[in-house]
Design a protein around this ligand. Sequence first.
Ligand SMILES: Nc1ncnc2c1ncn2[C@@H]1O[C@H](COP(=O)(O)OP(=O)(O)O)[C@@H](O)[C@H]1O
Ligand SMILES: Cc1cn([C@H]2C[C@H](O)[C@@H](COP(=O)(O)OP(=O)(O)O)O2)c(=O)[nH]c1=O
Length: 212
Amino acid sequence: MSNPYPGYFISFEGIDGAGKSTHIEAFGELMKTRYPDRELVLTREPGGTVLGEQLRELLLHTPMHLETEAMLMFAARREHIAQVIEPALLAGKIVISDRFTDASFAYQGGGRGLSLDRLNHLEQWVQGRPDGSLLQPNLTILFDLPGSIAEARRSKVRAPDKFEQMDLNFFEKVRQEYLRRAKADPQRFHLVDATQTQDVIWHGLQSLEIPL
Ligand SMILES: Nc1ncnc2c1ncn2[C@@H]1O[C@H](COP(=O)(O)OP(=O)(O)O)[C@@H](O)[C@H]1O
Ligand SMILES: Cc1cn([C@H]2C[C@H](O)[C@@H](COP(=O)(O)OP(=O)(O)O)O2)c(=O)[nH]c1=O
């Protein structure tokens, strides 16, 4: 799938504790150095807009029905696309988002068990374009790590939010759904073996080809 925009859209994905945050800002700096003529937008989901950040607070801290959760994730995404992502891509910018729709499929679908049919509908609604195609990242960098290692890493650094309190079985299901999606769309996904050291991971990210 190729986006019709002059910009370039990259998402970072993985289970909580896989190492996204550790690498995303440095990766943004790398893009700035490599493509000085391109403006960079670093953003995140849920969030990225004033309303999206308010929804994030609710989503991360308030228990709710699974379908409510999925719809709020996509509501935040709709706002994010309208206010931030699409205008930036139209203006030729590089957009890097800490998570996008793969997270909904992985967490609400794989993890919590919402039907993929429902998620496909929401995705069509929120990301569908008049020509029938979907707005998707050009590149998705997936940090893949067994749930047990991610849990050990997380427990060292922060108090868990609603999702991070889920058990190992939940994160294994989330991981498997991410991997299933990566396998189904190998052109878009770049898989990172997140069990490697930070140095090795960073070296790999630096040698990623970005066709700009
Ligand atoms: N390759 C790595 N090896 C060991 N620890 C790591 C590695 N990458 C990140 N960490 C550590 O694991 C913890 C979780 O990483 P973080 O980047 O916050 O994960 P995420 O944003 O994916 O939830 C942090 O303390 C970070 O320093
Ligand atoms: C975007 C998105 C995130 N999430 C979850 C995954 C994470 O547990 C949480 C927030 O993501 P994240 O920003 O990665 O958390 P942190 O800043 O604590 O590293 O939201 C979903 O369940 N569905 C979604 O569609």
